[in-house]
Design a protein around this ligand. Structure first.
Ligand code: PLP
Length: 212
């Protein structure tokens, strides 16, 4: 984590930017004893991609530590929304009206404050989650109309190609909607994401090592 922070600071210096992005330590698949040292060092933001795994790993820790913020970065099935709303502080994967409505209903029931990212299928890949660019604005307006606290957009660019053009598109879309936050950049491309004003970097293997 120290190396990552140093890389980020050097990059921000080069760009002459002062606002640091949030680093989401993506702890999916890692047991809590691997994660514990980072929590003890004061790191607050962690990412998981499965609701049940998050509940198992984080319920107890979150009761003891109010500073922990948990981010859902994986696909969310509507039948799991109820549980997701209990444990997560941020949901990065809203990509349909149906899902948005369900989340909004559960948030109201639980009186929780959850920050939302709309996931965009920026590479227009058939198999990928995320709303199509053409439908983004209408989904955004719908989310606002049901009072979801949408703070920004999220993407997972296609693998094996340069992320640059996708990051650039995301930056433009975010500006057009007058949103402030951007969830993009992973272990392989987080420094590049800073060129395009990412505010939430989702970094897993560079922090915790390879996943099995
Ligand atoms: C696993 C995952 C990450 C972290 O990926 P690394 O390459 O390990 O940094 C980031 N975002 C999402 C959506 C993920 O599923």
């Amino acid at each position: 984590m120290d190396v990552i922070k140093k890389n980020i600071n050097n990059k921000l210096n080069d760009l002459k930017k002062s606002d640091s992005p949030k680093i989401i330590a993506v702890s999916k698949t890692f047991a809590i004893d691997k994660i514990k040292p980072l929590i003890d060092s004061g790191h607050s933001d962690f990412g998981e991609n499965k609701v049940q795994e998050a509940l198992d790993k984080w319920t107890e820790i979150k009761l003891k530590n109010n500073d922990i913020k948990l981010h859902l970065i994986g696909k969310l099935q509507t039948n799991k929304v109820k549980h997701a709303v209990k444990i997560f502080d941020f949901i990065h994967s809203v990509d349909s009206e149906k899902l948005a409505k369900k989340i909004s209903d559960e948030i109201k029931k639980n009186q929780k404050n959850i920050k939302i990212f709309i996931q965009v299928n920026i590479g227009q890949e058939n198999q990928k989650s995320g709303v199509d660019i053409d439908n983004l604005e209408s989904l955004f307006l719908y989310c606002k109309s049901i009072n979801l606290d949408v703070i920004g957009l999220m993407c997972i660019p296609p693998v094996g190609v340069d992320s640059k053009e996708y990051f650039k598109k995301m930056q433009d879309l975010t500006k057009n909607l007058m949103l402030k936050d951007l969830s993009m950049g992973m272990s392989s491309d987080y420094l590049q994401a800073l060129d395009y004003s990412s505010t939430y970097l989702r970094i897993g293997s560079s922090i915790f090592g390879d996943r099995n």
